[in-house]
Write a protein that binds this ligand. Structure first.
Ligand code: NAD
Length: 472
């Protein structure tokens, strides 16, 4: 029997007054239909979350931990089925989907293990000052299509542990695995504490403008992030914005092309390049430029591109038609801007497939270099002077991540210290985890997610200041 994908509102699975066709990007055909909310139904979910807040925020930390652990168990028990749904809607290879779904459970277990600290600012003869953390209220969690399950669950874990309730809105092209997760948690999460509501990419502003929403945890593009900030300003909502990136990788002159190239390739092409922190611009020292370009092209030509459900697939399709068309036009433009030495085409047959594409001899002002491509196309640029390449890497409005590659950690560290981004990696790229704070500099974001720093962004600081001497 075909699975039904309904929304979770106020503790019940519900059909919604609209429906949404979901396309499998490997076939370009509709393979499932799910519930989709109207504006009024989105409002109902916000009201349910607000109504659930007083009781949920009054629960003990241990009670909330227990709910997170149950969510993790529900995910683990249904890992294969969730991963299959995720691959069918998102496109990623099934092993990667299992990794994402398993990662979601891991994140929940991490949050369940955290304490919410009470900080003592001063404890003197005169006074005691403590910093407490209170929940905020209803959190709107808005999610993109590249890591739909992990991104949603990361926000749910942090919001719930700190005593908030949540309305989660998946992206319109990848709602299914998140709705499946909703059906797995509905029986043990108190009504209204988590609501999962789908739209057709048209109801985000209901959440970001709603007076009952106290915080927006948004992950998506910089353009939409700007709209979110503006829409939340009327009620001064707390905001965490995790936005786009154009991460550089800088390869110093002492790397072995044979060793480093595979890691560079993986850093750029994981999830088919559809990662906010994918390596999106690669700068290689002149002395190794030809060797690394050639090695990258060799790896790209050998990569197995196909349906994520097929055994052995390394790169699946691009997730949706809009992104596919954008990438195809970028590649056409790149034919005159640079030298495509691998890929640039699509395999025969249906689906949004693009063979992994390596471009060399391309200038820094080409659109493939200045814009976030968000797909399987990597520009490789040459440099001779380290000071110059640092300036080139920093010459962007984005500031999510950067990496430096060198056999000398000291040399790499000196370069890394001059790069302007929320994360910088040495001899790797994109390594994140639930315990590691993740921030975007410049136009790549506002605030921090993950780790204790990220958790505290789901709270209101409250200072309690006691007089010690009895003066009353
Ligand atoms: P997007 O901005 O188009 O959509 C993201 C979400 O916002 C979707 O759920 C969408 O429906 C919703 N949305 C659309 N308009 C809205 C509005 N006016 N108000 C509120 N919500 C609205 O992004 P996308 O194309 O789904 O995802 C790709 C982008 O996300 C890339 O730029 C990528 O770098 C970025 N991203 C960033 C991170 C990070 O942590 N920094 C992680 C993953 C993806």
């Amino acid at each position: 029997m075909e699975a039904r994908y309904e929304m979770l509102v106020n503790g019940k699975m519900t059909g919604g007054s609209r429906s949404l066709d979901v396309i499998n990007p490997a076939t370009a055909e509709v393979f499932a239909t799910c519930a989709c909310a109207s504006r009024e139904e989105m409002e109902v979910a916000v009201t349910a979350a607000a109504a659930a807040f007083p009781a949920w925020s009054a629960t003990s930390l241990d009670e909330r931990r227990a709910v997170l652990i149950k969510m993790a168990e529900a995910i683990e028990t249904n890992l294969d089925s969730l991963a299959r749904t995720l691959t069918s809607e998102q496109g990623k290879p099934i092993g990667d989907a299992q990794g994402e779904v398993g990662g979601a459970a891991y994140f929940l277990r991490y949050y369940a293990g955290l304490e919410i600290p009470v900080e003592t600012i001063e404890d003197s003869d005169a006074r005691r000052i403590e910093l407490h953390r209170r929940p905020l209220g209803v959190v709107a969690a808005i999610v993109p299509w590249n890591f739909p399950v992990l991104t949603a669950v990361n926000k749910i874990g942090a919001a719930l542990l700190t005593g908030n309730t949540a309305v989660v809105k998946p992206a319109a092209t990848t709602p299914l695995a998140t709705l499946q997760f909703a059906s797995l948690i509905k029986d043990f999460v108190p009504a209204g504490v988590v609501n999962i509501v789908t739209d057709n990419n048209d109801l985000g502003d209901v959440l970001t403008g709603h007076p009952l929403v106290r915080k927006v945890s948004f992950t998506g593009s910089t353009n939409t992030g700007m709209k979110v900030m503006s829409s939340g300003s009327a009620t001064l909502k707390r905001m965490t914005l995790e936005l786009g990136g154009n991460d550089s990788g800088i390869v110093l002159d002492d790397c072995d092309p044979e060793v480093v190239s595979q890691q560079l390739f993986d850093s750029a092409f994981a999830n088919n390049g559809q990662v906010c922190i994918a390596l999106k611009r690669l700068y290689v020292h002149d002395s190794q430029y030809d060797a690394i370009c050639e090695k990258l092209a060799e790896i790209a030509r050998a990569a197995i591109v196909g349906s994520g459900l097929q055994q052995g697939t390394q790169l699946g399709p691009v997730q949706n038609r809009t992104q596919y068309d954008k990438l195809k036009s970028l590649i056409e433009e790149t034919r005159k801007d640079g030298n495509i030495i691998a890929g640039g085409d699509s395999p025969d047959g249906p689906g949004y497939f693009i063979n992994p594409t390596i471009v060399r001899d391309i200038a820094d002002d080409a659109r493939l270099v200045t814009d976030e491509q968000f797909g399987p196309v990597l520009p490789v640029m040459r440099y001779t002077d380290v000071g110059d390449v640092i300036a080139r890497a920093n010459n962007t409005s984005y500031g999510l991540g950067n990496s430096v590659w060198s056999s000398s950690v000291e040399k790499a560290g000196a370069v890394a210290s001059q790069l302007d981004s929320g994360s910088v990696w040495i001899n790797k790229h994109g390594d994140i985890g639930p315990d590691t704070p993740f921030a975007g500099a410049k136009m790549s974001g506002v605030g921090i997610e993950m780790g204790m720093h990220g958790l505290l962004e789901f709270t209101q600081a409250k200072v309690v200041n006691y007089a010690k001497a009895a003066n009353v």
